[in-house]
Design a protein around this ligand. Sequence first.
Ligand code: IMP
Ligand code: MG
Length: 177
Amino acid sequence: MTLQARIRPLFDEARIAARNLELADEIVALQPKDLLVIPVLKGSFMFAADLIRAMHRKGLSPHVEFIQLSSYRQATVSSGQVEVTKDIESSVKGRDILLVDDILESGRTLAFAKDLLMARGAGRVMSCVLLEKPNKRAVQITPDLVGFVCPDHFVVGYGMDVAHAFRELPFVGVIDH
Ligand code: IMP
Ligand code: MG
């Protein structure tokens, strides 16, 4: 059996699309001003593309910039260090920001991004994650918006990878062993 055949859908396309429209409504309700959406690459690219189009359908016209972050993990221990590998180009001074990420796990990636933008003088830094894995937080951070609570499995698809594979899948799935 191929590896792809062993991927069991967890959140399918229709469910994700419906949730994206609800999230866009929730973003409208936050009344963002001069909004800049910043997807955290790479895992969030597909979610962000769909979420931003859902936001357009709900009447929002945000600007969009990308940031890429790496968190370094030694074989067994997460060092907790996060580094910017590709930065945004615009000033965030006084602006409302919506960070978009694929999964919130330890919270280190999102906390780092939030602190960085606050330090640069952003007005309000909001965050939206597609998936949240509960009971995994190493740092205190609560996202403003969450697509789905994710069971404690390693998930792939809809932008997320294992060793660079499976980002292309239009759904979120788990690898069955
Ligand atoms: P953290 O919140 O800083 O621990 O990092 C979360 C990041 O780890 C996500 O943005 C993903 O890139 C990655 N990640 C965590 N869990 C998974 C998973 O189940 N599948 C794929 N990537 C994951
Ligand atoms: Mg990521």
